[in-house]
Design a protein around this ligand. Structure first.
Ligand SMILES: Nc1ncnc2c1ncn2[C@@H]1O[C@H](COP(=O)(O)OP(=O)(O)OP(=O)(O)O)[C@@H](O)[C@H]1O
Length: 857
């Protein structure tokens, strides 16, 4: 922050940010005028510009900046318009349809729907749907590629003060959670949220010249209601236990979540712990009934505040990472009860999202739209800025390329095309921080008063007498020191005038006087001083005094404006803290009371990544039967051992353990390198010391003659030290990164272990009940139990299947909720070896069934 002392308004220097990658566009912030300089910077690369823009703010502008709204004169002129970037991600499926094609190079995709598929008619004609995306990620795309392609620039933008939003949209099971949160088990499967966290803290380590504060909120919107996923105090068993979140409209058209906790995260570890906590609460608020589908929208919010010491401004940005609920059509999915109610809510809120998108799309294509229906649902209200507002937004459309899902693919792609037409105004959110400004202005006043004291020889007002006396004494004291300094010919002469800027300025002024006139005796006559200023000097000084006095008066005025604004703001915040009227939503009727609705259970599976019990255990069908039919169940340890062996996620746990081991090894060898560097540096330093001693002794024995200034040997040692230092620094940086990775993997392992334990408990309870013949439970329970046993079989299928269970069938038959009749005898006799892959197993069982029929006939 620099200031100018010659203008009557507060001047602040703001570096502008261009969002185009590396383009360094020149822009001006809203509310700014009097631009004296230029600023160039590529926000995406995080470079800081060297030139700066100077902005002079009037009081109205200060007020506007502080409240975050554009001032009348500035408006939104600083923002650049940017369309929402849309990307397509195709999840891997066993049999991708040939009717779905894409071109990774040019980001285009085509879906061919044969007419006979479409209308049930025999017709060889194909109907082709073409779509265009900013980028496409095929089934083989890795999480890091998706992060680099979609999220990196948005996250870096957020660190520059630009709001960012990334959201995933697509049908159930198409990989939204996998993209946003990531797989819960494998470190390499980390999604956009954990990777964004890592990137933010990596960047912060580089920005040592800034004070950055990061805080996190995690909001879940379930059946139109907001829930705070971050409540460390509370024991959460059901979604109803989570604190509820409302919406508050701030009077400027912005919707602010009310009662949503915001947690300071001073390190990457803190932030990841918050993510894990939120995901755990997301998990707990579900029931095992669900087979992996998320029935809620989740928004992970990262609030970033950046201050640069010495500047009055603060940059505030918000990064929303959004995992929307599945966009499947209710009619297709044969669902009822709670699932239907949830689907209706989901479809309702997605419908309102679509309405907003359509309205914005129409607006973008020139149709006059005065009203965008943001307030119809909580989700659209919260995402208002992200959709057509001040935000850099990216969307990932996720699709399942199976033949049966082509219709959903088309509707997802269509939605994405509309989104792509929406343009946002992207700008740096920079505000004056009144606290910083007051502090700086007060310091300025102190400095100015000191200077007045220095400059004013006499005739000061009574109230200034003391200051003048002090100022004058200070001037003479500095002058004396300078004279001593100049008079001291020794190389060790030092001048120390103190840390105050006014002392330093005075010292320079005196130096200037000496340079211009070696016999200079200028400076004020202190009250008790002896040296009189020359007449012309006195006049100039008088002028300067007047100017400073005027400045003091202006600073005083500004401070009083700022103080009154702060008061106003804290009054408003006080009002905010009071219960606010609820945002009315025509779309979201009042919820039934949770207690009155036992069926209102969450359907998302545990694990955050929506893996559920169905995926818990893979293979081991025989084991499971053996277990169910013997007394093994009575021995918990043995049962656990068996369960663990056939647990599907054991593979991921083992993988993570191996990865952890590798990381530890890497850390160990890096640690060795770092300590070797340290030792080498100490060794070289000792050698230099030794050489110096030897040289000194040599000089003495040589008769005290002048030694050579340069010692090539010492120079060589010094360059070696520099090299080792660079190696040390590099190794240390890598070690720090490794530490973060190790902590993350350890956390994943800890979560997996907890999950293994809880899956085991659940599975055991089901098996024991089955063994005791208690399986004839109510329908909901049966579903849960079936789900648990399916999990034991590792059925990862994600779609809602309507299967008929053969009565009296074996555990296997019960466990497989297939969409065809399974003859229990087939399974009893054939004991097929299953793979754990739902589709393959279905084929195997069909084969056995046909074989059995054939044999019987
Ligand atoms: N790109 C991918 N690579 C590997 N596995 C994936 C990928 N995408 C999705 N999956 C897997 O597919 C399953 C479903 O994915 P996910 O839960 O992310 O779907 P979703 O779209 O969030 O579903 P819903 O809307 O029901 O919540 C998960 O087991 C997930 O691990």
């Amino acid at each position: 922050m620099s200031k100018s002392s010659s203008k009557s308004t507060v001047r602040i220097y703001i570096e502008a940010t261009g969002l185009e990658s590396g383009s360094g566009r020149r822009r001006r912030l809203r509310g700014d005028d009097d631009v004296e300089g230029e600023a160039r910077r590529g926000a995406v690369t995080g470079r800081r510009g060297t030139q700066r823009e100077t902005h002079t703010h009037t009081h109205t502008q200060i007020e506007a900046k502080m409240s975050g709204r554009p001032s009348t004169s500035g408006g939104k002129k600083g923002g650049s318009s940017k369309n929402i970037a849309v990307y397509l991600r195709c999840r891997p499926v066993p049999r991708p349809s040939d009717n779905f094609t894409y071109d990774l190079q040019d980001g285009s995709t085509s879906v061919n729907i044969p007419h006979e598929l479409k209308a049930g008619l025999i017709n060889n004609k194909k109907e082709k749907y073409d779509f265009k995306f900013n980028g496409i990620f095929g089934p083989e795309a890795k999480q890091d590629e998706v992060f680099d392609g979609v999220a990196k620039k948005v996250v870096l933008g957020a660190l520059e003060g630009v709001n960012g939003t990334i959201f995933a949209y697509g049908q159930t099971g198409s990989g939204k959670t996998f993209t946003i949160t990531g797989g819960a088990e494998r470190y390499v499967d980390r999604g956009i949220i954990p990777r964004s966290i890592s990137l933010i803290y990596q960047e912060l380590q580089k920005r040592t010249d800034q004070q950055v504060s990061v805080s996190i909120s995690y909001l879940e919107i379930y059946q139109g209601r907001g829930y705070d996923l971050l409540d460390p105090e509370r024991e959460v068993k059901q979604i109803e236990d989570l604190p509820k979140v409302g919406l508050w409209e701030d009077g400027e058209g912005k919707f602010v979540p009310r009662n949503l906790s915001n947690h300071h995260a001073s390190s990457e570890e803190d932030a990841l712990n918050l993510l894990f906590l939120g995901d755990t609460n997301r998990t707990i608020s579900e029931t095992p009934m669900n087979l992996t589908s998320s029935r809620s929208h989740c928004i992970f919010i990262v609030n970033i505040e950046v201050r640069t010491p010495g500047e009055d401004t603060v940059r505030r940005s918000k990064l929303n990472l959004v995992d929307l609920a599945g966009s499947e059509r209710v009619a297709k999915t044969n669902i009822d009860g709670t699932i239907l109610a949830e689907a209706q809510y989901i479809n309702g809120s997605l419908h309102f999202l679509e309405q907003v998108i359509v309205a914005l799309q129409e607006k973008a294509s020139g149709i006059q739209r005065h009203h965008i229906p943001y307030r119809n649902s909580m989700m659209t209200a919260i995402l208002k800025d992200s959709l057509g507002g001040n935000c850099c937004t990216a969307m990932v459309a996720t699709v399942n390329m199976s033949e049966a899902q082509l219709g959903e693919c088309i509707s997802t792609c269509r939605f994405a095309q509309r989104v792509a037409m929406i343009s946002n105004v992207v700008m740096v959110n920079e505000e004056l921080d009144p606290k910083l400004m007051i502090k700086r202005l007060k310091q300025e006043i102190r400095d100015l008063k000191e200077e007045i004291g220095i400059l004013k020889g006499g005739g000061a007002g009574a109230e200034e007498e003391q200051e003048v006396r002090e100022g004058s004494q200070m001037f003479n004291h500095i002058k004396q020191q300078i004279q001593q300094y100049i008079g001291d010919a020794s190389a060790s002469a030092k001048l120390n005038v103190g840390g105050s800027m006014s002392y330093i300025r005075t010292a320079f002024q005196i130096f200037k006087g000496f340079v211009g006139n070696p016999k200079f005796s200028g400076g004020p006559v202190g009250v008790g001083g002896s040296e009189a200023p020359k007449a012309q000097d006195a006049k100039a000084l008088e002028e300067q005094c007047k100017k400073y006095k005027l400045q003091i008066q202006q600073r005083d005025n500004e401070i009083s404006i700022l103080v009154s604004m702060m008061k106003k703001r804290s009054d408003v915040e006080g009002v905010q803290a009071l219960p606010q009227p609820k945002l009315r939503s025509s779309a979201e009727p009042a919820l039934r009371s949770p207690a009155a609705s036992p069926a209102r259970q969450r359907l998302k599976s545990p694990g955050g990544g929506k893996e559920n019990l169905a995926q818990a255990s893979g293979g081991g069908a025989e084991d499971m039967d053996v277990l169910a039919n013997t007394n093994l169940l009575a021995d918990r340890n043995k049962a656990f051992e068996l369960f663990r062996k056939s647990y599907r996620k054991s593979e991921a746990i083992e993988e993570n353990k191996i990865l952890l081991k590798e990381k530890f090894q890497e850390a160990k060898s890096l640690g060795r390198v770092v300590s070797e560097c340290k030792q080498s540096i100490s060794g070289y330093k000792a050698s230099i010391e030794k050489r110096r001693m030897e040289r000194a002794v040599q000089e003495m024995t040589d008769g005290g003659g002048e030694g050579q200034d340069q010692d090539p040997e010492e120079d060589l040692l010094k360059s070696k030290i520099e090299r080792e230092k660079a190696r040390y620094k590099e190794g240390f940086g890598k070690l720090r990164g490794l530490k973060r990775e190790i902590e993350h993997i350890q956390k994943i392992l800890e979560n997996s272990r907890n999950k293994l334990q809880s899956d085991f408990e659940h599975w055991l309870a089901v098996m024991v009940r089955q063994q005791q013949g208690l399986i004839r439970s109510p329908v909901g329970k049966q579903q849960q139990e079936r789900a648990a046993v399916r999990q034991a079989w590792g059925d990862t299928s994600n779609s809602t299947k309507k299967g008929k269970l053969a009565t009296g069938s074996s555990n296997i038959a019960k466990s497989l909720n297939f969409d065809f009749e399974v003859d229990p005898v087939v399974l009893q006799k054939a004991k097929p070896l299953l793979t754990g892959n739902a589709e393959a197993d279905r084929d195997i069982i069909k084969f056995y069934q046909a074989r059995h029929k054939l044999v019987n006939s």
